[in-house]
Ligand binder design. Structure first.
Ligand code: LLP
Length: 403
């Protein structure tokens, strides 16, 4: 990950399982993207759902990033890390009144609005607070992507956005609503997209929509193309920031609008791993299980999306490779980190790194089986800081009473 620190030392001092992030890799990711986009100068709003740790958010804020949030909790987090509310975009199909009021009161940049009923709620909240709500309409462009079904969002089968055919009528209606300032359009067609084609289709449709609306007298200033840039977990061939930038230059820049982006995974991807310790090995009729101390509650991606994460022993071990299932301690058959994986013969106590775990790793962890959520560590050069401590047993009972 581009840092020198000895991971074994972290394992001894912080314990396992533990998420470890590299500050240098995080910075390199955000700078690589900004470099690729330097002619376009978009506002890059990091999708907080990919990694919500305050130290990570702070690092990105210091690099000039804004944030794409999807809940009041994420808004609270970005404000606590010192982010400028004027760089915060609020997406999501189910914003509550409380969340909308909070976002209006804090003065966020804009809401990406996903339904007619949401528009009405935002209007009434804005009226009550005597504010004008700035919004973009999130367009459902009806464009499919080739990623896991749970990571596709851009067709009419999905709950997201407003069908593109309905957009002109809604935009016309909004012209007469004083509480709302329609400032742009937005889309997000899915996540872990590894081909340029769906991006190109979406960009063309969005550019067309933007022009149609402007031609009908609606003055739009922003166009938001969402996130979705895929990364390499195994053998995927990601499209690369340069190619993505070229598409933007070709289809979107000519509109003369302010461009907003919401990348999540791309900015954190290889900047983190989940460190886990081998507890036991066992062989059942020839099938080998490596039972480790991290489970599906720590990293749910393998079982939820059948996602492939590379697993490396921290210490190089020679000898033959064995085909093993790397499983966790939870009482669920779905509790695995990898199946049928080639790994060397290891002894209990060995440390393993589950790679590419910074995106959608810790954020999706839970307390299932009354497990304490893992700590997070950020390494910088030859030192590290604990940026989230391991939960305690008392933390697990904090909200409960005996009734
Ligand atoms: N904008 C919106 C409105 C989104 O819904 C998402 C992701 C993003 C931006 C960021 O997309 P990215 O650049 O990270 O692809 N839990 C899954 C991923 C779900 C993505 C949800 N939305 C996973 O573990 O892969």
């Amino acid at each position: 990950m581009g840092e020198e620190l000895d991971l074994e030392r972290i394992a001894l001092e912080v314990g396992t399982p533990c998420y470890v992030y590299s500050r240098a890799a995080l910075l390199s990711n955000v700078r690589t993207l900004q470099e690729a986009l330097h002619r376009i100068k978009p506002l890059v709003c990091f999708a907080v759902k990919a990694n919500q740790n305050l130290a990570v958010l702070r690092l990105f804020a210091d690099e000039g990033a804004g944030f794409d949030i999807v809940s009041g909790g994420e808004l609270y987090r970005v404000l606590r890390c010192g982010a400028d509310p004027a760089k915060v975009i609020y997406s999501g199909v189910g914003k509550t009144q409380e969340e909308i009021e909070m976002a209006l009161a804090k003065g966020i940049l804009m809401f990406n609005v996903e339904s007619r009923q949401e528009i009405e709620l935002i209007r009434s909240c804005a009226r009550q607070l005597r504010k004008t709500a700035t919004i973009a309409l999130r367009v459902n462009p009806d464009i499919a992507v080739q990623s896991h079904p749970y990571m596709q969002t851009g067709t009419h089968h999905h709950k997201f956005g407003i069908d593109y055919e309905e957009i002109p009528a809604i935009a016309a209606y909004l012209r007469r609503q004083p509480e709302i300032r329609l400032r742009g359009i937005a889309c997000h067609i899915g996540s872990q997209i590894t081909s340029l084609q769906p991006f190109e289709k979406a960009f063309k449709r969005m550019a067309w929509m933007f022009r149609e609306l402007c031609a009908s007298g609606i003055q739009l200033e922003t166009i938001n193309l969402g996130g979705g840039l895929g990364v390499r977990y195994k053998d995927e061939k990601p499209v690369g920031a340069e190619n993505y930038a070229q598409l933007l230059e070709k289809h979107i820049c000519p509109l003369g609008a302010r461009i907003l982006l919401e990348p999540g995974r791309y900015l954190v991807r290889d900047a983190g791993l989940l460190m886990t310790r081998l507890l036991y090995t066992k062989t059942t009729r020839g099938k080998i299980f490596y039972i480790v101390d991290a489970g599906m509650n720590d990293l749910v991606r393998p079982t939820l999306y059948h996602a492939w994460h590379e697993i490396q022993p921290l210490r190089q071990v020679g000898g033959e490779l064995l085909q093993v299932d790397v499983v966790g301690p939870l009482c669920e058959t779905g509790d695995f980190l990898a199946r049928n994986r080639q790994l060397p013969r290891l002894r209990p106590g060995a440390l393993l790194a589950v790679m590419q775990a910074a995106a959608y790793g810790q954020v999706q962890s839970s307390n299932y089986n009354a497990r304490r959520r893992a700590p997070e560590v950020m390494i910088q050069g030859n030192r590290y800081s604990l940026i989230r401590r391991r939960e305690t047993y008392a933390d697990l009972l904090f909200q409960e009473t005996l009734g």
